[in-house]
Every structure is written in structure tokens, then in C-alpha cells.
Design a protein around this ligand. Sequence first.
Ligand code: DNO
Length: 355
Amino acid sequence: MKMTMRWFGPGFDPVTLEKIRQVPGIYGVITTLYGKQPGEEWKKDEILDLKEKVQNAGLVIAGIESVNIHDSIKTGGKDRDKYIENYIKTLEALAQSDINLVCYNFMPVFDWTRTDLAKVLPDGSTTMSYDQKIIDNIDPAKMFELIDSKSDGFILPGWEPQRMERIKELFQMYEGINEDALFNNLVYFLKAIKPVCSQYGIKMAIHPDDPAWTVFGLPRIVTNKQQLLNIINAVDNQYNGITLCTGSLGSNPQNDIPDIIHSLKGHIHFAHVRNVKHNSPGNFEESAHLSSEGSLNMYSIMKALYDIGFKGPIRPDHGRNIWGEVCVPGYGLYDRALGLSYLSGLLEAISMTNL
Ligand code: DNO
């Protein structure tokens, strides 16, 4: 497995590449052109420029998170082919820059959703949390204001202000789109990009919906083992894979993550490994990575990844905010570095006892 950390890129991330480089065991970063809007084409020179910055810091780009999908593709809108064409050009430009892993999601309107970005924990650190009762009683536009007001001025992935200005219009686009329609639109997209992925060996890794259930009445199609298998089986090709995100899938206690890992063997292209603490049904928070701190058994998760022979990029995910760091919520250096070291330790112990 290749240990990586997410980096939002110059001008967006207060964590520098130089600092990431000093995390022991680090292989590379997972990054993106953060300023790009969904549907916009990425040019090769912009990608190469980003790549050079990463290489100059002694790291590599291990994958892109994310190339976001335009809502017209998700809703099967009349101009979806135009946006798919742009997506294909972007994939070509990435492959021609030797980048062949792309994480994306197919969540309607919002990316991941939290109701508090800075819940205070007993040790004085803060973390992101989710409470379904708040979602059930808030208008989505108000939800954005709440998130935005607590983001310390940083732009959160999927909650970009330009996008949220259009929230009413976005909700209208999804009127009449049920789970079947959303799924068919995903399959249409995957079939359309299949030739370019096959030609260049590009691995597409769909990210699970977070939380792993319906929010604001919007359809969700990536929340459990069966839905993940449906996606893999619909377009069976090596390029069509998943991002195994333990925190997203783990938001639902019904999801048995080691079982999902074994069932998806050969289709996991990328892994986000973090813990989550279930407080009550529909209420959870993002704990520190250790098994003892949350509800997931992190040893079993790492062991399952090891046992299926997963060799791809893996990264710690959302961390708590500790030691007064000023950072993108969930993406400070300190707690993620602790998480990475912990995951590396688990992996070292697992591989040594399996020699
Ligand atoms: C949250 C992330 C997601 C993820 C996208 C992938 O912090 O895990 O924003 O990057 O859903 O497209």
C-alpha cells in the first residue's frame, strides 16, 4: 500500500508539501485542481504545473481527488454529452501526464455532509460531526450558511460558494430523479468513458455517499455493499472501481467494512481509512483514527486490505483539529499525520506476522 495524504493545492491548503514530505512513510499526495468547476476541462499544462510543484517537493501525485462530475451528467440533462466530452478530455490530459487514478463521487447536490465542523471533544480538540435531527429540521440553503460560517474561511470540497449560490436550481435539477434514474445516469457515464480509461489504463474510483443514507430526500446509490457491487457489475471492466472510504461507509453501523473489502476484492483502487464514533442512530462524530477512539475495528480493516492484496494508494482521512492548527476542517496536518503513523504501524505489524 502506498501511504498518501490529501493536499488541496497552492492557494487552497495551508498545509505545505514540505511539511507533508516530513511525515514518515509518506509516498505521495492525492490532489486536484481545486479551482476547477464541475464540467470544466482540465488542460495538460495546468496539470503538469501542479505535478512539477509536487515533484519539486520530493513527492509524487498518487491520484486525483476529485475530478467532479457536472450535475447534468448526474441528472441525465440534455447537455450531458458535452460535459462527458470535457471529462474525457480531462482524463486524457491526466493520463498523458502519467496520472491514472481518479476519485469521484455521484452524490446529488452536496458532497459529504456534516452538521458541525468543530464539535468540542472532552480532550479540548474539535471534530466534525453529524446529527440527522438537525438535517431534518433545516433548509438546505441554511445548512450551507451554517457550514460556511464555521469553515474558518476555507473552501470545503463540495460546498464551494459558487455552487451553493445555485442551490435552489440544483435541487430543481434533481426533481423526479430517483435512485434508478441516478444509477442509470452513472452507468451511461461509465460506459462513455470506458474507451479512454481502457486506452490509458485509468482507474476510476467512485467514492461512497457520506453519510451512507439519504439526506434532504435526495437519492443515494453508493451507500452499502450491494450498491457498490451493482456499480461494479453494471460496467465490468478493470477501470471501474471504488474508493473504499471507511468513514463514509462506516457512518452506517450496518455496514461490515472488512466484509465489503473482501467482496470488492480487485475493484478497490484507493482507500480512505479513518474511524467514526456512533453516538446514537443517525448521530456520529469523527474520532481519532485509533480503534479505541471510535466504533470501527481499524485492525480488521487494515488486515482485510492486506489480505485481499490491496497495493494502491491509501490515506488517513478527516482528522480532528488539534494543537490549535488553522486548517481546512478535517484536513489539518497534525491529526492526519498521527493517523498515517498509526495506519503504518498496523500495517507493519500485520505484514510481519504474515511473513
Ligand atoms: C470529504 C471527501 C469527499 C471526497 C469526494 C470524492 O472530505 O472524502 O469530499 O473527496 O466525495 O469525490
